[in-house]
Design a binder for this molecule. Structure first.
Ligand SMILES: O=P(O)(O)OC[C@H]1O[C@H](O)[C@H](O)[C@@H](O)[C@@H]1O
Length: 526
């Protein structure tokens, strides 16, 4: 399957990306447009042959059939025997979605209507602050989206507590009034130790202040019996099916904090954007299909050429938490070592994903991106316009920096240009050579840019769904199950065993390093 891609990658070695623009229409031909968005992947070494090989790879891997199976509710999460239907949560205009012979849409619509009524009640009532207590998929999505949509935020203040580190909840509760705070306990399983520990701490905080926690707690979960055991009024519990993976769950009840922040109508616009991306992903031809092409570019860089990481660089401060969100989405989904059938992968799994908003990153780690020995394919995101008309000059500078970075990565600066600069600066001879060497930029470094008109709720929905489907396509082509996460289990088990050791139990069964660390920590806590 990969032979043609490998051949194309060999042919691309040493190819000048800049020279590819000698072909008229390169930028347009290596871009995808969809509903206010432009994905430009022309600043990569992909040529027609390489792209054709990748499209063929997607065909041979059965992406179209797998995509249909996902939207159709087949149990494509085979290690857990579950359907994968986060798309049903945003299926606003479509018809029935069947899971094991039952249409799940009436239940989803009814839950969304209950959420909307609850959100309005909170928005119009006396609650001033909302704390979402959750972690991983029950935290990163709502936190990212609330921040992204701050220009639309007209509900109570939202806070997010995730870490079991008491510092997180202590710092959050500090200054809040228990009488006017709503606590949302967000946990698909309602067993996650971090979340349950933080929720108990929040409840005790209310009780200590003489506030009855019942009316001020809500829960978002698939485990309704556990929320009842915990004492949360079923009227304030919003459930979802196990066909929604944690990291894909912001579209339903886990998005309640977003709905409270921006209101049910705007939340629906967020869903509409994702739904539009779903339709596009299902219907568009390969070269016009944004998630497919983004996935193929990712595979080209990581599995085809062998670049180890990819940087996500939003030139959009409100997307500051997008890299963290994508770290879970991409690395928890595709950071796997075996294929669906249990056989080891023959290709690298998904890449390390990292990033920070621009322009901040420019003053921190872009040094490595431009001159380090490892090539880092960069994914830039940028809005054509901001939300602050009075600050349009800021936005122009932001956009200029974004575009300049991808240009600089591609163009670089050769030794002759560096020598000329040093000559102008008064250097000569060996010292000129030495100084010039430091000022060379190898260039020919690939990047893609996702440009969009404005970060509206709809556009954010499209962007997030774009990445979800990108992860899906990469997973299918690698033969991975993108919807389980067994790799997080072992650490949880060992953490459970470690607690008694920190409380004084015998450590002799542990390795020397672990024993030393336990004893060091205990020496301070007694
Ligand atoms: O929503 P919860 O059941 O509390 O799970 C929270 C998170 O913890 C797990 O360990 C997984 O790694 C995540 O995929 C999940 O989103």
């Amino acid at each position: 399957m990969w032979t043609e891609v490998e051949r194309a990658a060999e042919a691309a070695a040493g190819r000048s990306i800049a020279d590819l623009f000698e072909t008229a229409g390169r930028a347009e031909a290596f871009s995808v447009r969809f509903d206010g968005m432009l994905l430009d992947y022309s600043k990569t070494a992909l040529d027609e042959d390489a792209r054709a090989a990748l499209v063929q790879l997607a065909g041979a891997a059965g992406v179209a059939a797998r995509r249909a199976a996902m939207f159709d509710g087949q149990p494509i999460n085979e290690t857990e025997g579950r359907a994968v239907l986060h798309s049903a949560l945003r299926n606003l205009s479509g018809g029935a979605v069947m899971v094991e012979g039952e249409d799940i849409m009436p239940g989803i619509h009814a839950t969304r209507a209950r959420m909307a009524a609850f959100a309005e009640e909170i928005r119009q009532g006396s609650i001033t602050d909302v704390i979402n207590i959750g972690i991983g998929g029950s935290h990163l999505g709502p936190e990212m989206a609330v921040r992204a949509l701050s220009p639309y935020h007209d509900g109570p203040r939202c806070h997010f507590v995730s870490n079991v580190d008491g510092a997180d909840i202590a710092d959050t509760l500090c200054g809040l009034d228990p009488a006017t705070t709503l606590v949302i306990v967000a946990s698909k399983t309602f067993t996650t130790i971090e979340t349950m520990t933080n929720a108990a701490t929040a409840r005790a905080w209310m009780e200590r202040a003489g506030v009855e926690p019942g009316p001020q707690f809500a829960a978002l979960s698939s485990a309704l019996e556990k929320t009842a055991d915990w004492g949360i009024d079923p009227a304030r519990v919003f459930g979802f099916g196990d066909y929604v993976g944690g990291r894909y769950s912001v579209w339903g009840p886990i998005g309640l904090a977003v709905m409270i922040a921006i209101g049910p109508e705007r939340f629906e616009e967020f869903l509409t954007g994702a739904e539009a991306m779903d339709r596009h992903f299902l219907d568009a031809e390969p070269l016009e299909n944004m998630p497919l092409m983004l996935a193929l570019v990712g595979l080209w860089h990581h599995q085809g050429i062998g670049y180890g990481t990819r940087a996500v660089l939003p030139y959009d401060q409100r997307l500051a938490r997008l890299p963290a969100y994508l770290q879970q989405l991409e690395m928890e989904s595709n950071g796997k070592r075996v294929r669906m059938d249990g056989a080891p992968l023959t290709r690298p799994s998904g890449p390390v994903v990292w990033g920070e908003p621009g322009t901040n990153g420019q003053h921190a780690f872009y040094q490595l991106i431009h001159q380090g020995t490892a090539v880092v394919p960069c994914e830039f995101l940028v809005a054509a316009e901001g939300h602050e008309p009075d600050l349009a000059h800021h936005h122009r500078l932001l956009v200029a920096n974004c575009l300049a970075q991808s240009e600089a990565l591609m163009r670089g600066r050769g030794i002759d240009e560096a020598r000329a600069l040093m000559c102008e600066a008064g250097f000569a001879g060996a010292e000129l050579e030495r100084q010039a060497a430091h000022r060379v930029f190898p260039g020919n470094r690939p990047s893609v840019t996702l440009a969009y008109d404005r970060l509206t709720p709809r556009r954010l929905g499209q962007i997030v769904a774009l990445y979800e489907h990108r992860v899906f396509v990469e997973g299918v082509i690698l033969g991975i199950n993108s919807f389980d996460q067994w790799g997080v289990e072992l650490g949880k088990v060992l953490a459970g065993e470690m607690v008694p050791l920190l409380e004084g139990s015998d450590t002799t069964r542990k390795d020397g390093s672990t024993r030393q660390l336990v004893h060091f920590c205990k020496s301070y806590t007694g």
